[in-house]
Design a protein around this ligand. Sequence first.
Ligand SMILES: NC(=O)c1ccc[n+]([C@@H]2O[C@H](COP(=O)([O-])OP(=O)(O)OC[C@H]3O[C@@H](n4cnc5c(N)ncnc54)[C@H](O)[C@@H]3O)[C@@H](O)[C@H]2O)c1
Ligand SMILES: O=c1ccn([C@@H]2O[C@H](COP(=O)(O)OP(=O)(O)O[C@H]3O[C@H](CO)[C@@H](O)[C@H](O)[C@H]3O)[C@@H](O)[C@H]2O)c(=O)[nH]1
Length: 453
Amino acid sequence: MKIGIMGTGYVGLVHGAVLAGNGFQVTCMDVDADKIKRLTDGITPLYEPGLDELLERGIREGTLSFTTSAKEVIQSSDVIFIAVGTPAKDDGSANLAYVHEVAQAIGKYANGYKVVVSKSTVPVGTNRTIARYLDGALKSRHAPFRLDVASNPEFLRQGKAVGDSRSPSRVVIGTESEQAKRMLQAVYETHIREDVPFLYTNLETAEMIKYASNSFLAVKISFVNELALLSEKVGADIGDIAAGMGLDERISPHFLQAGPGYGGSCFPKDTQALVDIGRRNGEELHIVRAAMTANEKQKSRMVAKIAEQLSFDGTLKGKTIAVWGLSFKPETDDIRDAPSYAVINGLLSRGAAVKAYCPQGMKQAQRQWTELNGLVTYCESEADCAQNADAIVLMTEWEQFREISWDILAKSMRGNAFFDLRNMFAEHPRVRRLFRYYPVGSSELAYTLEEAK
Ligand SMILES: NC(=O)c1ccc[n+]([C@@H]2O[C@H](COP(=O)([O-])OP(=O)(O)OC[C@H]3O[C@@H](n4cnc5c(N)ncnc54)[C@H](O)[C@@H]3O)[C@@H](O)[C@H]2O)c1
Ligand SMILES: O=c1ccn([C@@H]2O[C@H](COP(=O)(O)OP(=O)(O)O[C@H]3O[C@H](CO)[C@@H](O)[C@H](O)[C@H]3O)[C@@H](O)[C@H]2O)c(=O)[nH]1
């Protein structure tokens, strides 16, 4: 069975590379010619642990190839995965232009039976529309074959994408075709753990499972973030509250980590899209909307808290702030909708000078946040970033921050405030002794400041 993948973003590349490593002949296609050239030369266009090795192996063994030709990949594949982006439009709805481009190409070039599988996250009804469109396109060409459509949402997490692809929590296959179902089973059974549950649904249900899952997780994070803000006021500790809640297996301890708000390429856009789907169908999704509002509040409250602690009047003029971590989470260079963007803008608008360091996200920041170039000083290391700063703001919990020589770093700073927006060092005695340490969701100010200077 030959596999075609349309779109070489996180999902397309990881899925393609994993399948190529499991005996499938995989061709990945993208409209971005520069990206395809780099991939063909063995250069990975994004940072995702374990992906380089898989791509290199696939290319070396001849199971993985890249092209800009939609015709080539469509005609040579039995199963075509659509993995193009579905970003949010200004009104919150999902932009389906790239998905439609792919569907049109398939309708035009398909030369025999194929299964067309949507891995992109698409609003309910999209796959049914694609199926109807393809039927019509084949009829108008008098093509003597049919195409089956399936919705197969992707649940991988960035930073853990390779492991998640091999060991997913579940495989959801939405299709009404037995043949498509059997072919997708065969694709997955080669490389995933034996005990992974398969769920078979219709197209609409599979589409909704994806939005429901992401939105539920976003609600969970916003819930804990609101409680974190309250905890700071009433003298409670959000870490202990989350632990206490998480012990109830009906709640589970996952996704109860308070922080500066959720970000990334999925939760912000998928919550917006689900609310939009609700609106179009006459159902207001109050809970998801509230989670989105709370998430915006969380980011601005982080800025307000920093300003309140560093000045009497809320302005940050004359203050230099070191921001550690730009990517929306560790182990990725992805800065899409990262909370660091809102926090940096908030600090700048209050007059602070901002220095920033991120192990992987700086190139993307300079490329995508062009309006910040010249306003933010990008640094070589976390130590370089903290030098002469009044405060550190830890935005992303990169493991390498645990290796820092805290005494040397504290001495190099002008001030000694440490806003740990991920509570990464909440249990670290040295950090808590050397700095005025401000975690999220705890009013406990157990500072026994040493003579750090
Ligand atoms: N990033 C994730 O962790 C993740 C996880 C699960 C699901 N998803 C969903 O998967 C989809 C892809 O997300 P992503 O982050 O991998 O995307 P991405 O934005 O990183 O990459 C999309 C790629 O598609 C290419 N493209 C655009 N139009 C094309 C066309 N007509 N033909 C071929 N390629 C085309 C773009 O050039 C780009 O390289 C989205 O719907 C997203 O919501 C993403
Ligand atoms: O307890 C938590 C857990 C996460 N986050 C934040 O939530 C965001 C998303 O985190 P995560 O879910 O780990 O990252 P993604 O790679 O965006 O993965 C989500 O989005 C993907 C794209 O749809 C889905 O496939 C995954 O299942 C889903 O977890 C990040 O900003 C995290 O910092 C928190 O603040 N607290």
